[in-house]
Write a protein that binds this ligand. Structure first.
Ligand code: ACO
Length: 329
């Protein structure tokens, strides 16, 4: 290998997404709990969310997103040797949703596993896949974020039920040699953080070991909001510091799609121009680990994100967990 091509990079070859057919609007929600379209839009930017049909599981959503990403990459399951599924709403306690999707794709080779970091799950899974590919042990990864949060929502709690939705998104990453500088295509830097002291602010009140139930999502919304902007900006700044790049160099900022106000405040604090921010939360609400690939798929499909564009991804989730990934598309 010449010095010019000295670093292995994980390059995005394809992206895909899937949203369940059933759309639940704010107006419909206002017939279920004491809320209104005006309140939800003003506080969150969300207009509607998608809800999985009875019997439609996280793996089914993930498989559809994976197939869309493979088609976009002009690849088949035979070309993939690593499948990582970020989810907090697996089909079953075990086996993993990833091995279910592996089987649905007809793959009997390679390795598939789940990763759980709540809404930061996609950034954690992308980072993990990047490290596998850069080590040389694997060549092509499907990184999938798939969720059915509708199954863990307390539909009588207006402070949480208006925020979440179901969906899935996926990217295909391929190992490719780069020069080792910021002009390389692929993942340039990743930064992950966690702090388990904040469990009570955002958690699910059930689980196999603690309660032998699935449980419901509980959140201190104001507290999460208070921490979120600081965590996002810190980790994005880490990505800038590691590469010497700045907000001005970015072509696109693709944040976790939880809440329009958190996105706007984070972008403003980081000095990222509003026209560079990809926002899709209005159409699907907070889909946790699925939200970043859903936003990427939308912005790639409509021609906004193009080859060689510099893209910053970030997310904050329960745990707390948080992270950022900077990549050249
Ligand atoms: N409709 C109408 N009123 C509501 C609703 C609703 N859906 N929900 C709460 N309210 C009421 C409250 O009861 C309260 O009424 P009160 O003043 O009479 O007590 C009032 O609205 C204000 O409530 P707050 O919780 O203070 O409202 P806030 O402005 O903080 O907005 C929100 C709430 C939207 C949840 C906000 O705190 C937020 O976005 N937090 C971050 C949440 C988030 O993004 N979480 C995802 C993190 S990622 C993950 O890992 C899941």
């Amino acid at each position: 290998m010449t010095e010019k091509f000295s670093v292995m990079r994980s390059v995005v070859r394809g992206v895909g997404a899937y949203l369940p057919e059933r759309v639940l609007t704010n107006d419909e929600l206002s017939k279920m709990v004491d809320t209104s379209d005006e309140w939800i839009v003003q506080r969150t930017g969300i207009k509607e969310r998608h809800i999985a049909a009875a019997g439609e599981t996280t793996s089914m959503l993930g498989e559809k997103a994976a197939r869309a990403a493979l088609a976009h990459a002009a690849l088949t399951p035979a070309d993939i040797d690593l499948v990582i599924v970020a989810t907090s709403t697996p089909d079953y306690t075990f086996p993993s949703t990833a091995t279910q999707i592996q089987a649905m794709l007809g793959m009997t080779h390679g390795v598939a596993f789940d990763l759980q970091a709540v809404c930061s799950g996609f950034i954690f899974a992308l980072t993990t896949a990047d490290k596998f590919l850069r080590s040389g042990s694997h060549k092509r990864a499907l990184v999938i974020g798939a969720e059915t949060f509708s199954r863990i929502i307390d539909w009588t709690d207006r402070s949480t039920c208006v925020l979440f939705g179901d969906g899935a998104g996926a990217v295909v990453l391929e190992a490719a040699w780069g020069a080792g500088d910021n002009a390389d295509r692929g993942v340039l830097t990743t930064h992950l953080r966690s702090d388990g002291r904040h469990r009570s602010k955002l958690h699910v009140d059930g689980g196999p070991s603690a309660t032998q139930t699935v449980g419901h999502l509980r959140m201190e919304g104001k507290e999460v909001f208070r921490f979120a902007v600081g965590m996002v900006t810190d980790v994005v700044k880490d990505a800038f510091a590691a590469t010497g790049l700045t907000a001005e160099d970015l072509d696109w900022f693709v944040p976790h799609q939880a809440n329009r106000r958190i996105i706007d405040m984070s972008a403003a604090k980081l000095g990222i121009a509003p026209e560079k921010v990809v926002i899709t939360v209005q159409g699907h609400g907070n889909t946790s680990a699925a939200s970043i690939p859903l936003a990427l798929a939308a912005a790639a499909a409509d021609g906004r994100i193009k080859q060689n564009d510099l893209v910053m991804l970030e997310a904050v989730g329960g745990g707390f967990t948080w992270g950022a990934a900077l990549l050249r598309w």
